[in-house]
Write a protein of this length. Structure first.
Length: 374
């Protein structure tokens, strides 16, 4: 029988105003949703219309509900740590940015997965406190008007951390993780100390046909038969979660196993060597990178860094280019004629649908650092 539940302090015998109720199909799922082992669980009649029967005063807050009237006395349970950990649970996260500065987050989407299903989700616009580049707007459709009245990152960082809790955070590639780090640093809030799992690295090790290329989110979802609306943060977050679930189903490797497997070579039978050409086991294997503008580090050093994480380094922008790294000073220039020819060509190709990502040099260096600790 479906249940609804809430968590209360040990010295309370009923929820206080504002306590959140959650609906679940099982007691175990209710505990996972509430996120606390001390849970009061009420039976929910099969014919009840959730979030409440007629006459109940109910308001919604995401997946949680508050009931002004209570059902009969609850059944109070306590699951020990072992039982709670038996539930496979993780958070999937995605962000959209206003411009090439990865700290310019303008939308965040997160979803909580418990035992293979989305049980809670949250999406919000974010005021990036920065300009919107038309190229970025053309990709995700978010502009200045969409974030009017939205909080800046420092105004929602605490809420985001509460949603994540102690769960593993899944993102597709390093970009979202680096964006969260960059936004936290810029807003002077604590940088999240989460356990991260890259679903792109998972995919490369789960399916041989995408081990070196083709592991973009859209292609993977087409491959596994999952339909979603690309470049909406919540849609992308849930899509990354479903990629991980399919990989678990197809390989038999569980969540903990994947946290270990992604740190191993794509093909364990080959030696993990790093050459001047693209590292075959690099986190960004299959990406083609181009550098432009005034970089703080020598181009030769930048090329070595890119090759070490799997990128093919090219001299010019083409339809095969996936990453363009621009000097930090150059990326803030708004007038088209002040940008390099490579920069302008990349933006032109993006507008034609070519999936090129433009990064600042500092973001590129953070990306390399992040890939090194995977």
């Amino acid at each position: 029988m479906p249940v609804f539940a809430y968590s209360i302090a040990a010295d309370q015998d009923r929820p206080s105003e504002g306590d959140g109720y959650v609906r679940a199909e099982t007691i175990q799922e209710a505990v996972a949703l509430v996120g606390h082992p001390d849970v009061n669980v009420y039976p929910l009649p099969a014919d009840a219309v959730w979030p409440g029967e007629a006459g109940e005063a109910v308001w919604r807050c995401g997946a949680r509900c508050h009931h002004e009237t209570l059902a009969p006395a609850p059944h109070t349970i306590r699951l020990d740590t072992k039982d709670r950990e038996a539930l496979m649970r993780f958070i999937s996260l995605d962000v959209e940015t206003a411009n090439a500065d990865m700290a310019s987050i303008c939308q965040i989407g997160v979803a909580r997965f418990v035992d293979g299903a989305v049980v809670a989700e949250w999406k919000t616009y974010v005021n990036p406190e920065a300009y919107f580049n038309p190229v970025n707007v053309s990709i995700h459709g978010i502009d200045e008007s969409a974030v009017v009245g939205a909080p800046a990152f420092n105004g929602l960082a605490s809420q985001l951390s509460q949603f994540v809790g102690n769960d593993v955070v899944v993102t597709h590639t390093h970009f979202d993780r680096v964006a969260i780090y960059q936004a936290a640093r810029r807003c002077d809030v604590p940088v999240p100390d989460w356990s991260w799992l890259d679903s792109a690295r998972v995919a490369r090790r789960a399916w041989v046909e995408v081990s070196s290329s083709g592991y973009g989110l859209a292609n993977l979802c087409e491959m596994i038969g999952y339909t979603f609306r690309h470049h909406d943060a919540l849609e992308d977050a849930k899509a990354a979660g479903h990629v991980l679930l399919q990989a678990i189903a197809d390989t038999g490797i569980d969540l903990d196993g994947w946290l270990t497997r992604v740190r191993q070579p794509v093909n364990p039978s080959k030696s993990d060597t790093i050459r001047r050409e693209a590292n075959p086991d690099g986190a960004l294997r299959g990406d083609v990178i181009v550098f432009t503008g005034a970089l703080e580090i020598p181009r030769r050093e930048a090329a070595d860094m890119a090759a070490s994480i799997g990128c093919e380094v090219a001299s010019g922008v083409t339809k095969k280019t996936t990453l363009l790294v621009v000097g930090d000073q150059d990326v803030t220039r708004l007038a088209g004629q002040s940008k390099s020819s490579k920069h302008r060509k990349a933006e032109s190709l993006i507008l034609k649908g070519v999936p090129i990502r433009i990064l600042r040099e500092s973001d590129f260096r953070n990306l390399v650092e992040g890939a090194a600790i995977q």
